[in-house]
Design a protein around this ligand. Structure first.
Ligand SMILES: [Cu+2]
Length: 219
């Protein structure tokens, strides 16, 4: 008679502490690193649009580049915050061959290689004056952010990004550790498709992130 509620109480406690442990583990994984979330990086965008529905076959028609990316390696989306390289010493062009910029030069043994496939990636409409926003889940801080845009004439639906395709828009100063960093940028006379390429040099160690965000200049 008296044992019963006590057993239930024990089970409830065990259950609660198990889910607390899960939550901690989950939060720990999710808190690592970050990404450019606006305009969304290729893999963050695929995770955002399809993470809760990634086996839906209609993705192949509606969002074919995300479809090929999910087929190639779903971990590139689950680990949307993990597209980084370490100890490059700032020698990005030496470490990242042309045509592999969006995947960080085969970062994590090629986990993100599908980000380099040219095609009709979903593109965010932006103006010539625009802002990018980076989500630093880990609160690493930034030594700097470098933001590039592909030059006029570059066609992301047909071409892989090369260093020579990029025009530097801004190199920022430091950002104290926080959750979001924004950079205001301005171009002129741009219209149509382009890729915004962002390099985030984190401050906690020599850890560098690389992001391709697809955009469509509307004015
Ligand atoms: Cu990190």
């Amino acid at each position: 008679m008296h044992a019963r509620p006590r057993r239930w109480a024990f089970r409830l406690t065990a259950l609660l502490s198990a889910s607390a442990a899960c939550l901690v583990a989950w939060a720990g994984a999710a808190n690592a690193h970050g990404s450019v979330v606006d305009p969304a990086s290729r893999n963050y965008g695929c995770w955002l649009r399809w993470g809760s529905d990634f086996q839906n076959p209609s993705m192949a028609q509606q969002d074919p580049m995300c479809w090929q990316a999910w087929q190639a390696n779903p971990n590139a989306m689950w680990n949307w915050n993990g597209l980084y390289r370490e100890y490059l010493g700032g020698n990005f062009q030496a470490a990242i061959p042309d045509g592999t910029l969006c995947g960080g030069g085969h970062a994590e043994n090629g986990r993100y290689d599908a980000m380099d496939v040219p095609g009709d990636w979903k593109a965010a409409n932006i103006r010539n004056n625009f802002t990018i926003r980076l989500w630093d889940q880990a609160r690493h801080g930034a030594d700097y952010l470098m933001v590039y845009v592909t030059k006029p004439g570059f066609d992301p639906t047909r071409q892989k990004v090369r260093w020579s395709d990029l025009q530097l828009l801004a190199k920022t100063g430091r950002y104290a550790p926080g959750e979001y960093y924004t950079v205001n940028l301005s171009t002129s006379g741009r219209s149509g498709r382009a890729v915004i390429y962002t390099i985030w040099q984190a401050s906690h160690m020599d850890q560098t992130f690389f992001f391709c965000s697809d955009v469509n200049f509307t004015s």
